[in-house]
Design a protein around this ligand. Structure first.
Ligand code: UDX
Ligand code: UDX
Ligand code: ADP
Length: 459
């Protein structure tokens, strides 16, 4: 059997690597139009940082895992074609700011139709609005050689970044949606079930109709994000009342009906999925004439935006209502630990707020490149005269970032931040020295003993 995947991004790359790793009899080819990305997948410096990914790629690459820019051959040879291209939020036209932009998906469908000379299974891996499969099928059928059959399946990916390899090798469930009402549809579903059954227990492989599968992915992300916005809303109340949000989260999380996960109060959720998928859900609800349902879910985003701006306001008000010219050390820039991904990271929004207030940002992140930080902050590295940007100092070392700072903000929960020598950091900072722990990972009592003024979320 031959599998191909269009799109070698955060989802397509690791997912296909795992399939190849677990199924030596299947040839897996990942095709992307971005040559630099494909070159990186073929090098020792993979374009995605994920613990354990290097080992999986090294074991399978060249054996039954291939990365290429030649999508034509990849499509022609494949029995199953995964589509894992980006579905960013539309920035133009109807649904701008909410709906998913399906341009790249449609281009893939047209490629598949054009280059296929036999029937194939086409799998939506990207997160898509409900009923996209119908559009995909229509484009495939209208543009392909008559008589060919394209079975469209939905197989959303639930992996989280930073734990991709663990999530892929031991998934809570695999979800496969297809046309359950036809013989060909059931056969296609079974073909994909058999691929995953090489390493996933059958009872964890869920099959549904197409629309349930497409919708479940959006709803799973909406529910997860909702839990974070819920606990973050309570964090504000805790700060006013003297309750401790981590104690509250623990107390409610022990109720087996609520459960302990995704209740960590923070400076706000980020990542490529949560906001995008909720906006998409909101758009769908509006489209289908359900404004009350749309408003309900939109509030999850409103609360998250509020949490981020509340944090930057707290920094400014605590530093005597001005950060103009003051150095603020930002530890962490990625949207969570163990990834170099900065999409929708809270650090970017807090950073922009502080730059507007004329602060000097000294940013340290163990994995994020300076180029990415400048891009996200919408700043250039040099001014018109070619002098370095004086408002942003990217530091390789957290101590250097903190040196001469008035405040230190923890933006990402990197483990390495817990073990820093805070006495050394304190000694190098202006007094009073403020810590804003946006992730509640530090030992606040210890910091206060050293002399820091500590602000934590929900305490
Ligand atoms: C609730 C809490 O569960 C309990 O911990 C607290 O001490 C008191 O309030 P109770 O009101 O007795 O208990 O019933 P519960 O089983 O929680 O149901 C509350 C309502 O939610 C019922 O009308 C029930 O039908 C409804 N419900 C519950 C749903 O509609 N869907 C569900 O999935 C669960
Ligand atoms: C998420 C979903 O978890 C995954 O199933 C889906 O496939 C893609 O979207 P991801 O965005 O990689 O994965 O990361 P996740 O671990 O869910 O974290 C998202 C954001 O929420 C991060 O910014 C994280 O710091 C934040 N978060 C998470 C909290 O603030 N508190 C929590 O308790 C959990
Ligand atoms: P995700 O997080 O969903 O994996 P990414 O943006 O990381 O999204 O990856 C999507 C990838 O899809 C990019 O590398 C992009 O170059 C690739 N891509 C976009 N359009 C096509 C296409 N028509 N054929 C092949 N690859 C494509």
């Amino acid at each position: 059997m031959k599998i191909c995947c269009l799109g070698a991004g955060y989802v397509g790359g690791p997912t296909m690597a795992m399939i190849a790793y677990k199924c030596p009899d299947i040839t897996v080819t990942v095709a992307d139009i971005n040559e630099a990305r494909i070159n990186a997948w073929n090098s020792d410096e993979l374009p995605v940082f994920e613990p354990g990914l290097d080992e999986v790629v090294h074991a399978a690459r060249g054996r039954n895992l291939f990365f290429t820019t030649d999508k034509v051959t990849a499509i022609k040879e494949a029995d199953i074609i995964f589509v894992s291209v980006g579905t960013p939020t539309k920035t133009y036209g109807a649904g701008a700011g909410k709906a998913a932009d399906l341009k790249y998906i449609e281009l893939c469908a047209r490629d598949i139709a054009q280059y296929s000379d036999r029937s194939k299974i086409v799998v939506e891996k990207s997160t898509l609005p409900v009923r996209t499969a119908q559009g995909l099928k229509t484009v495939l059928e209208a543009n392909s050689t008559p008589g060919l059959d394209f079975q469209v399946l939905s197989n959303p990916e639930f992996l989280a970044e930073g734990t991709a390899i663990e999530d892929l090798s031991k998934p809570d469930r695999v979800l496969i949606g297809g046309d359950e009402d036809s013989e060909a549809g059931r056969k296609a579903i079974q073909t994909l079930v058999d691929v995953y059954a090489n390493w996933v227990d059958r009872d964890r492989i869920i099959t549904t109709n197409l629309w349930s599968s497409e919708l479940s992915k959006l709803v799973a992300n909406a529910f997860l994000a909702q839990r974070i916005s819920s606990i973050n809303s309570i964090s504000a109340l805790c700060e006013r009342t003297g309750a401790n949000v981590d104690q509250v989260a623990y107390a409610i999380g022990t109720d087996s009906r609520i459960g302990p996960k995704f209740l960590k109060a923070s400076v706000g959720f980020g990542g490529s999925c949560f906001q995008k998928d909720i906006l998409n859900l909101v758009y769908l609800c509006e489209y289908f004439g359900l404004p009350d349902v749309a408003a309900y879910w939109e509030q999850v985003i409103v609360m998250n935006d509020w949490q981020k701006s509340r944090f930057s306001q707290k920094i400014v008000s605590t530093l005597f209502n001005t950060v103009n010219g003051k150095r603020i050390a930002m530890l962490g820039f990625a949207f969570k630990k163990d990834t170099n991904d900065t999409r929708e990271t809270a650090a970017m929004y807090v950073g922009r707020d502080l730059l507007d207030e004329q602060a000097v940002l000294a940013i340290h992140d163990p994995k994020v490149s300076p180029e990415q930080m400048f891009k996200d902050l919408k700043e250039s590295r040099t001014d018109a005269d070619g002098n370095p940007n004086k408002q942003i100092d990217v530091c390789e070392d957290p101590y250097a970032a903190a040196k001469g700072a008035h405040g230190l903000a923890i933006m990402t929960e990197w483990d390495s931040f817990k073990d820093l020598d805070f006495q050394k950091i304190y000694d190098g900072m202006y007094k009073p020295a403020f810590v804003f722990d946006g992730r509640n990972i530090l030992d606040h009592e210890k910091l206060r003993k050293i002399g820091f003024e500590v602000f934590a979320i929900g305490r």
